[in-house]
Design a binder for this molecule. Sequence first.
Ligand SMILES: *[C@@H]1O[C@H](CO)[C@@H](O)[C@H](O)[C@H]1NC(C)=O
Ligand SMILES: *[C@@H]1O[C@H](CO)[C@@H](O)[C@H](O)[C@H]1NC(C)=O
Ligand SMILES: *[C@@H]1O[C@H](CO)[C@@H](O)[C@H](O)[C@H]1NC(C)=O
Length: 479
Amino acid sequence: MHLQSLLKLYAAAALAVSSSALSVPRSNSLEARQNGGPLVFCHFMIGIVGNRGSAADFDADMKNAKAAGIDAFALNIGVDSYTDQQLEYAYESAANNGMKVFISFDFNWYHTDQGTQVGQMIQKYGSKPAQLLVDGKIFASSFAGDGVDSNAVRAAAGGNIFWAPNFHPQQGTNLGAVDSAFNWMAWPSDGNNKAPKPGANVTVQDGDGIYTNALAGKPYLAPVSPWFSTHFGAEVPYSKNWVFPGDFLWFDRWTEILQLKPRFVEIITWNDYGESHYVGRLDSPHGDDGNSKWTYGMPHNGWLDMAEPFIAAYKQGSNDPGAHITEDKIVYWFRPTLSSINCDATDTTMGDADNSTGNYFKGRPDGYQTLQDKVFIVTLLKEAGTLEVTVGGKTQTFQAAAGANKFSVDMAPGPISFKVNNLSGDAGMQILDHCPCGIYNFNAYVGTIPAGVPDELQPAGYSNIMNGLKVATCGPSGN
Ligand SMILES: *[C@@H]1O[C@H](CO)[C@@H](O)[C@H](O)[C@H]1NC(C)=O
Ligand SMILES: *[C@@H]1O[C@H](CO)[C@@H](O)[C@H](O)[C@H]1NC(C)=O
Ligand SMILES: *[C@@H]1O[C@H](CO)[C@@H](O)[C@H](O)[C@H]1NC(C)=O
């Protein structure tokens, strides 16, 4: 309903433009969508790419994101010494590759009394060619930041900004001084940053309702994320160990987004390997904050393939990803082990670690019981077919309709293979009967049939892989 009226608006805008003899933007071109239409962002952690040496190091990210239909990267920044240099590279690469970018201030590092500094950063980068403008204004966002003075941000930025911070109306923050608000909670939770529990169960849609009510007609920046698993022990100072429910979240949430039709969507994330919600490639150049022990050999870029027809449908205001499927594909994902496997003897989170955050748990990650021991399969088909899935020597068949559809089968150690129409192939990883790298690894392996371009961490991305491990082999040395 909302989008229908927006579509009429672009039609009006296009007429106005053509009457002044300028080129007419296509109704769903980026140019048209920047002025009233739907836009797709993806959260990009600058903090993991401090080792990049040139704008060219960002080129593959820009090209891959653009090819999937992402309009802009939300560049998440803290206050590290390399931040300005990396922002310069990112803005330059985006300009060279036809992408847009904007800054997302991370208030784990910024302080809420720094509205003026935030505004000054927005102004510093806002006139660069790759800056995302929305309704002609410099777009900027945040992670957290409730309490920052939006008027101070606006004044220091020079006034002309479209301010979409991650404020929390459920904590009482007033949204009167913002242009939009970003909801970070892309995962079902207990309302207290952990997985749902009986009696404490907040869905992502509950969050949509809270934000859209509080925004009272202002545009909503809705989250979508495939997964969440983190498993840092005492080997790093930021120990944390929990999951949110993933499973079919990526498929189900995109289906919801097509119904909800928010003006903005943000994928969480491109490259936050530490929380396992990356949809970018492992070989995207980055350093190792200790995540490699659960990301080595675990590509996720198939999730971006799954999203492509949903993104295309979203941009057209359509509920039907099927119309945007150009070739048959199977996208599948699964965890490396059953949750019943016992890794206590060699896991990295069995000892004491700093728990001042309340995010540290021992052994299997907190919330693991909310995940199902299944292989998750999404078929993207131009024509209906019979899907055959073989796991641990047992074959099951399903009727798969044309369009985008989901199926699941129980996990069992051993190889996995798939067949539908003229596609067939083995999964790129087997379900294991041992603890990979000795740990409880609740990350997902994501693959496609036909298989995509092989994707592995570069050496800098696994430079700390042995740190804290209790086994002698991991990643490049075996698992
Ligand atoms: C939370 O609610 C969802 C949706 O109603 C349900 O599918 C899920 O099983 C619930 N989770 C828990 C732990 O109660
Ligand atoms: C860490 O703190 C949380 C929140 O207080 C608590 O639930 C959890 O049990 C603690 N972890 C450990 C290992 O004590
Ligand atoms: C599978 O069929 C599709 C059309 O249905 C065709 O485009 C594609 O080339 C075929 N692939 C193979 C490997 O034969």
